[in-house]
Design a protein around this ligand. Structure first.
Ligand SMILES: [Fe+2]
Ligand SMILES: [Fe+2]
Length: 213
C-alpha cells in the first residue's frame, strides 16, 4: 500500500534537509493546495510521498542530489506499477516528480498537480522552516551560518575564490527568489508571509554580525 507509513521507510528519520519530516510537511501542503486549487488529490499525495525517495539525502553528496528527481521518478514508476496504477496516472505522478527540482528547468511543471508539488516543496525552503533547514545544511557541510558576501557575489551570484557559501549566501542566491517562482495563487499568498519573516531574520542576522544591532 502506498501510504505515509510505507513512505517512512524510504527516507532517513534524521536528515536536516531531506528527512521524513520534510516529506510530511510537503504531503500536508499538497493536500491543502490541492483542495484550494481543485487538483487531483491522489496524484499529488503520491508525488509528495515519492518525490525525494532516491538520492536526495544530504549524505549522498551533490552528485546524487543532481539527479534525484529522475531517480525518484523511476522509483515511483516501479512502486505505482506494483500497486496496479494505470499508466496515465503513473505518468502524471512521474511528471510532477521530474519537474520539482528548482535548479533544473529542462522540464517545468505543466499540470496543476506538478505545479502544486513544486510549490509545496519550495514553500518548505522559506519561512521559519526554511531558515532552520538552511542553517542545518550549512552545519552538515561545514560551512558558516554567516559570511560577508563579496561585492562580486552580490552582483553576479558567483563567489570569489576562497569565499565560503554561508547560509546567508544561500539566502541571497536562492531563497530570496523563491516567492517569485511559485505557480499557484494559494502558495503565492503563503509565500509572501514566509518571505517577509525570512527576510527579516536574515537582515537581522547580517546586522548583528556587523554589530549594527
Ligand atoms: Fe527534491
Ligand atoms: Fe523535496
Amino acid at each position: 500500500m502506498l501510504n505515509i507509513e510505507t513512505a517512512r521507510n524510504w527516507y532517513p528519520e534524521i536528515d536536516p534537509v531531506h528527512g521524513f519530516d520534510h516529506i510530511l510537511r510537503v504531503y500536508r501542503m499538497v493536500e491543502k493546495l490541492a483542495l484550494a486549487e481543485g487538483a487531483d488529490l491522489e496524484i499529488v499525495q503520491a508525488a509528495a510521498l515519492l518525490h525525494d525517495a532516491q538520492g536526495s539525502q544530504t549524505s549522498g553528496g551533490e552528485e546524487g542530489r543532481l539527479n534525484h528527481h529522475h531517480a525518484s521518478s523511476e522509483f515511483s514508476r516501479q512502486i505505482l506499477e506494483a500497486e496496479g496504477w494505470p499508466p496515465d496516472r503513473i505518468d502524471a505522478v512521474q511528471h510532477c516528480i521530474r519537474a520539482h527540482r528548482f535548479r533544473d528547468n529542462t522540464e517545468s511543471p505543466q499540470t496543476l498537480e506538478a505545479k502544486i508539488l513544486f510549490d509545496a516543496d519550495k514553500l518548505d525552503v522559506i519561512g521559519a522552516i526554511g531558515v532552520a533547514r538552511t542553517i542545518a545544511y550549512a552545519v552538515v557541510v561545514n560551512q558558516p551560518v554567516y559570511a560577508e558576501p563579496s561585492a562580486h557575489f552580490i552582483e553576479t551570484g558567483e563567489k570569489e575564490s576562497e569565499e565560503p557559501h554561508s547560509s546567508y549566501h544561500e539566502y541571497l542566491f536562492k531563497l530570496t527568489k523563491i516567492k517569485d517562482r511559485l505557480y499557484t495563487p494559494t502558495a503565492q499568498a503563503l509565500a509572501t508571509e514566509r518571505h517577509q519573516f525570512m527576510a527579516e531574520y536574515f537582515s537581522r542576522l547580517a546586522a548583528e554580525e556587523r554589530g549594527d544591532q
